[in-house]
Design a protein around this ligand. Structure first.
Ligand SMILES: C[S@@+](CC[C@H](N)C(=O)[O-])C[C@H]1O[C@@H](n2cnc3c(N)ncnc32)[C@H](O)[C@@H]1O
Length: 210
């Protein structure tokens, strides 16, 4: 695909998001995963780590409906965006706070992390920053996800990142790496989808050794 084609596709996804009331084009990545894997059902609980500007939260909230819960955390919460009553948002640095609140409000049928670091443009550093966020997201997920649930995680690919993803193998019956259509071609990001989580008890002793 040429740069021009890529730009046209980016514009298409952004316009489509605005038209349908979503704050960002990232919603189409989640929509694609949901279409392929059936992530959400009415009445379910969803934990959304790194939720601003709120596209994934809005999508998940619509899918779980009024009887469900979409709990989102971000360093800075979206301003001026309206959310339905089943959405609960918290402003926090997930590296700094304990996951106890999420554990109390869970267990979650689906844990999402679209967290991304502030990139530096230096590949190895950005990969390490992304891996740090992935370790945090997994720490929250393994304590608060429901046995049998989904864990969807964004990661910048790297050798350490690959080792980390391998270390998750024992905790999911099925694991898939996904590159959604709405991802920019030059992006190093990829998504890990873990299906049928083994449960918090099984993952209690998890440790990642660098
Ligand atoms: C790509 S955006 C998420 C987009 C979101 N999925 C949507 O559809 O609107 C990544 C988010 O991760 C958040 N983030 C990065 N580090 C974080 C941290 N330590 N704690 C909480 N949120 C974090 C950023 O503030 C940013 O809003």
């Amino acid at each position: 695909m040429t740069i021009k084609d890529q730009r046209r596709l980016d514009d298409h996804y952004s316009r489509k998001a605005r038209k349908e009331g979503y704050p960002a084009r990232s919603v189409w990545k989640l929509e694609e995963f949901d279409r392929k894997y059936g992530l959400f059902k009415p009445g379910q609980k969803v934990l959304d780590l790194g939720c601003a500007p709120g596209g994934w939260t809005l999508y998940a909230a619509a899918k779980v409906g009024a009887g469900g819960l979409a709990l989102g955390y971000d360093l800075a919460l979206p301003k001026g965006q309206k959310f339905p009553a089943q959405v609960v948002l918290r402003e926090a640095d997930l590296a700094e706070i304990d996951s106890a609140e999420a554990v109390d409000l869970g267990p979650f049928d689906v844990v999402l992390s679209d967290m991304a670091p502030k990139t530096t443009g230096r590949r190895e550093i950005d990969q390490a920053l992304s891996l740090r966020l992935c370790l945090i997201a997994w720490d929250w997920a393994r304590k608060s996800a429901k046995k049998g649930g989904f864990f969807l995680l964004k990661i910048f690919q790297s050798p350490d990142g690959d080792r980390f993803l391998k270390s998750l193998e024992p905790y999911f019956r099925k694991r898939t790496l996904l590159k959604p259509q709405a991802t920019r071609k030059e992006s190093q990001e990829i998504y890990f989808l873990g299906q049928a989580f083994a449960g918090p008890e099984a993952a209690a002793a998890y440790e990642f050794v660098f």
